[in-house]
Write a protein that binds this ligand. Sequence first.
Ligand SMILES: [Zn+2]
Length: 383
Amino acid sequence: MLKKLLQSVRFPIFDSKPTFSTMNLPPLAGHMETRERLASAYRGGRLPQTLLFTGPAGVGKQRLALWLAQLIQCEGTALEPCGKCRGCRQALTLQHPDVHWLVPIPRPKAGDAGKQVEEAAESLAAVMEERRARPLYAPPDGMASHGVASARVLQRAASLTPVGRGPKVFIVGEAERLVPQESSPESANALLKLLEEPPADSVFILTAVDARRILPTIRSRAVPVRLGRLSDAEVRQFLRDEIRPPLDDTALDARVHQAAGSIGAAVAVADDGKTEEAARAILEAVLSGVGPRLERALKQQPWSARGEFSAVLDAVADTLGEAARGAMGEKVRRPVPAGLLGCEPKSLFQAMDRVSEAREAAYGNVNPQLLLAVLGEDLAALL
Ligand SMILES: [Zn+2]
């Protein structure tokens, strides 16, 4: 059934633009002194044109950069963005035309340089679409980088006149990835050209965990701003406000301890649990009959055909593998729906194959709701 679905992939439903909800960025936690210093510099006309935010992973370097971008676009005059004006609202929903956020992306596949730039622009737009819908994001794939095509996208945006009142803001997250290999420094060079003579009315903010891994020529042009780890109280407050469903006190303590001052780490832990839970819910629905199966498929968010949906499918395959261990009389290492333990190991392995086919399909332009509905029927026939 899945193969047939893939062959019929031209059906208009797959081409329709997904509808998605746009959420505000989560609040910036901590870094109060740095905020005040940056805001005073900006209000006093002393903000350097190129900044480099460094500090441990997950402490909010890119979030602080987005905060500064919001302040720059805010119509107010205070040391914190007002949060209400048009500029603030656009910045908070990642829709401000003068705020450009460059994140590492997979290397474009096209051979032609012009097409590579188009492909990079599309990948960047797709990442932003995901972040608008789910602002608490996981770190990018280890292979993702800022290639020369991304640097060209940035150059193109930098050549445009600002649309709004403030300067254009360019955020380059994980700037270490500007030189993914020693042998391909082109992207760093393209950015370097931009930083050597930054267009008037533009501010560049680079972020990196390790400044030593950034080309010295780029580093020497940026004013460093060092961010420390957050306090436990700040991480706790963030988790209390942002994590749904809320954690009980014991779970909250454990999470804060594990996070060690990094909201990124705290959220990554949160996501692991959620992905496994989503996988179990899908399998429970498969075992409960056609009604619950379709209901679960319809609940699948339509916008996230990439990373997150694939992660859930991986967790479904892992859970099936674990059930196969259980069915063969071995000890299971993670919770498995009880109904699966009575299945034949052979059927469970076949089910894992179906899931990996679905995972392949998830990389194509297939609607996740439909994919999950079809997968659910296939699994139900096997289990
Ligand atoms: Zn404002």
